[in-house]
Write a protein that binds this ligand. Structure first.
Ligand SMILES: Nc1ncnc2c1ncn2[C@@H]1O[C@H](COP(=O)(O)OP(=O)(O)OP(=O)(O)O)[C@@H](O)[C@H]1O
Ligand SMILES: Nc1ncnc2c1ncn2[C@@H]1O[C@H](COP(=O)(O)OP(=O)(O)OP(=O)(O)O)[C@@H](O)[C@H]1O
Ligand SMILES: [Mg+2]
Ligand SMILES: [Mg+2]
Lengths: 465, 465
């Protein structure tokens, strides 16, 4: 007879940790660093503070060229975490503060917890967290994760005075890793992070005693991303039913204007008329079939305004150009920021850069991918940008010889929801709207590279005379 | 101030349903059919019964060449589900009977539930399930999923008499789909399923009134897969602690022999001596550091026997050859079953086939991928078999001209754990051990194709004289 079981989300991601990016000690070390850095950057941006992030990775025991035990430590000056929430933030999977409709690096509520989980199952040691939101107290916890029940086990809790009003978070734990095999990608990740977060200062003390310092070259935070309301094009029966369950509105007209993005009274009235629904009806009295009818009409009504991307926080052409110049030192750079667009009701902005020559030496196209200011370093062949750059662009039309010319293409996509195809945030799905924007962005900058290359050729020919 | 929330696993996979393969109506229809068929095949194999599976997909309303409402119905003669478990099996994510260490198609405990969830959020209708395990009663349920709480809502429950002792499961629900865009892949999925499950009879009544019948051509079930004990090479701190928590053994020696695969008293004694652990020690008294020490030594001790693959249920060379001949009708076929191997303590067997000409007309290599007898039709460029076939084999050395010669390569991997990289089971990670076995398997059959091609050339030259 079949034996039925239920497993917790922590158990699910423990058993399937490769799906979350923790497949082996080398990859796990990379994922650990990235998850922690992304949490720190989100925390600083949430309070509009220039990020100061210090990461220390120290070899503890085992071979330096193989699987060994490392101590991971990260300190930031971000928002901090309220004392009562610290155990849940790090000891529970599917728990977090980023389930809102807002541009953040975090999205799943499990990254930081997975890093700690992996450390626990390989070293059997607890994690130590110290955090303060700047108030009178600083909270220190030592905890482990009860994987089967998906909840923290607090081993020790201390409350310290916080006389200097320090605000931020310190996370420290031990984990099995393989720095020999992952150092290149870890350093590359930090370099590329510095490239698209030029206002952040990141210091990395590596196990070999080397100190990597990525200084900020911008001294002002960009306007922060804002939380936004759902757009009519993104709804389904479940979203509508949740809104109805909690709404305080008493009419369908108020329901539409209060809960949806850019829906005013005029548009709402036109819409309800087109949908054949009574604007005075109490939303809580919508029948089963009418909810489906409402969803269908919301998706197909042409009169809604497109999502407004003012809630997003793109890099901007100036910063993108500066970041590329600083990191890649090319002979030529061109950047473009596409007009805002949307997919399934989610606004997004694509920014594309192209760079040629100088510090870029490898012939052909080297692709740099970013989503919500996170560098994506794995599985590029499955990514929408790869598909565009390698299958949809005929580079010879832009006078680029792939066997000779060293070109870098940089694509950044920011959105209230990035359509990652994996829990490890490795690559982005080829949604038609996103594909189109990336394609047009690459064409725009490729044209400018073409002009540069023809001008360069012309100058060289004139020199020969 | 950040607002912290916890979400249920159903809510997580609802919000991130593209990660589970439910990204749009066309893809969702494909995923729906595959998840249901895989559940039915697992159910029949679990009781050693020749599978009879009937699938009906009927267009209900909406455009026939776009997004529309479909009624999905699937009936099988499998194990059935105990009455009290039916609501949980279909109304709860991370719940199922396939969390054991055994070769099954299902592995995550969420596929069937996701299909129903997608149907619910697009049509707002309940699912109807009728099932019996062959006893005196047949259970009929109508239920919906409470996504926020990850639990079923039973709308109606009926118990019927079962005078004929029927055993099996019927699932019926409505969902939004796009058959126009997914019909090709759905039919291809069923064809390829028939190819590697030649003992199954599958009937598919499609929305266009067409009946696809895949008759069985084998009348005996293969030996069923068996549940196995974990292997020492696959452990970590968490596995050991769970075993210790539940063990009834009183000594480390008994602990090793009782809980691990192919560990007898002699090997266990040698191991404990090498690990510097007292064989008489009560496992429940192992200290924190000693658990880590035990894990390290279990992973590195060279004296353990490799995992025994007798628990697996591969296709076998005869059936694989017959399946390829029946479906592809080629001029030439060669197949090979590799010796069992293992990765991280999980046993696996790779079976490779190559086919040329005849019904295969497209020049170059067409890759067919299977894992635990499931056809994989998406994201081939990210799969380990694709990497082997396209990056690691020089086909010209085997006298294959990729611009002219029509070749199909068929790879089947079966294991107690398939290292899928995604929740949607789209492609397999390039674990070194698996990569090596696929590479050697392809080389073996490529050599035989080479002999066939040279013989064919020789015959053609002689004819010309
Ligand atoms: N350094 C930090 N400073 C402030 N808050 C933090 C920090 N690290 C984690 N948190 C809090 O803990 C929560 C859980 O973090 P976790 O990384 O597990 O998930 P997430 O960041 O929400 O999503 P993702 O899985 O996509 O990373 C976060 O939402 C955040 O509220
Ligand atoms: N047709 C069926 N016959 C018998 N049992 C079934 C059937 N369909 C589903 N079940 C039961 O319901 C459980 C949950 O199914 P579900 O598809 O959600 O998960 P799974 O098959 O265990 O894993 P996966 O997510 O990988 O498919 C199964 O484990 C099985 O016990
Ligand atoms: Mg995070
Ligand atoms: Mg299943």
């Amino acid at each position: 007879m079949s034996k039925f079981e239920e497993i917790s989300p922590a158990d699910f991601f423990y058993r399937n940790r490769d799906i979350a990016g923790f497949s082996n000690p080398a990859r796990a070390l990379y994922s650990t660093i990235r998850e922690l850095v992304e949490n720190s950057l989100d925390a600083c941006e949430s309070i509009g503070v220039l990020p100061d992030i210090y990461i220390s990775l120290r070899h503890v025991k085992g071979p330096v060229d193989g699987t060994a035990v490392y101590r991971v430590k990260i300190l930031d000056n971000g928002s901090g975490i309220p004392g009562s929430k610290i155990p849940l933030a790090f000891g529970k999977v599917l728990y977090g503060s980023k389930y809102r409709l807002k541009q953040t690096r975090g999205t799943f509520g499990l990254g930081g917890t997975m890093a700690i989980l992996y450390g626990q199952i390989t070293t059997n040691k607890a994690v130590r967290v110290v955090s303060s939101t700047g108030g009178a107290s600083m909270y220190e916890y030592e905890l482990t994760i009860d994987i089967r029940r998906n909840r923290p086990r607090v081993i020790r809790r201390r409350v310290h005075k916080n006389p200097n009003g320090w605000r931020g978070t310190l996370v420290e734990f031990y984990t099995e890793g393989d720095y020999f095999r992952s150092s290149f990608r870890i350093v590359e990740y930090l370099k590329q992070t510095a490239m698209v977060n030029p206002y952040a200062e990141i210091v990395f003390a590596d196990p070999r005693g080397r100190l990597y310092v990525f200084e900020r070259c911008v001294y002002e935070m960009p306007p922060p991303p804002k939380e936004t309301l759902p757009h009519p094009y993104g709804v389904d029966v479940e979203t509508i039913q949740r809104l109805i369950a909690h709404t305080e509105t008493k009419t369908l007209l108020d329901f539409m204007t209060k809960h949806f993005h850019r829906v005013g009274k005029a548009i709402a009235s036109k819409f309800l008329e087109a949908a054949g629904l009574n604007p005075k009806l109490n939303p809580k009295r919508l029948g089963r079939e009418d909810v489906v009818k409402l969803v269908h009409h919301m998706k197909s009504f042409k009169g809604f305004l497109p999502p407004d991307a003012s809630c997003l926080s793109p890099l901007g052409e100036e910063l993108l150009k500066a970041g590329i110049e600083k990191e890649l030192k090319p002979e030529f750079v061109a950047v473009t920021q596409r007009k805002p667009s949307s997919y399934s009701g989610y606004p997004f902005i694509v920014e594309v850069g192209i760079a040629y020559g100088g510090g870029i030496t490898k012939p052909g196209i080297t692709l740099y991918r970013f989503s919500n200011k996170i560098p994506l370093l794995y599985d590029e062949a499955s990514d929408v940008s790869w598909k565009v750059v390698n299958q949809m662009i005929d580079w010879s039309r832009y006078k680029v010889n792939l066997n000779v010319d060293p070109v870098a293409v940089i694509v950044h996509i920011c959105s209230t929801r990035i359509p990652y195809k994996t829990v490890g945030k490795e690559f982005i799905a080829d949604r038609p709207e996103i594909e189109r924007e990336v394609l047009n962005g690459v064409r725009t900058v490729a044209r400018r590279l073409m002009l540069h290359l023809s001008r360069k050729k012309r100058i060289q020919r004139e020199k020969k005379r």
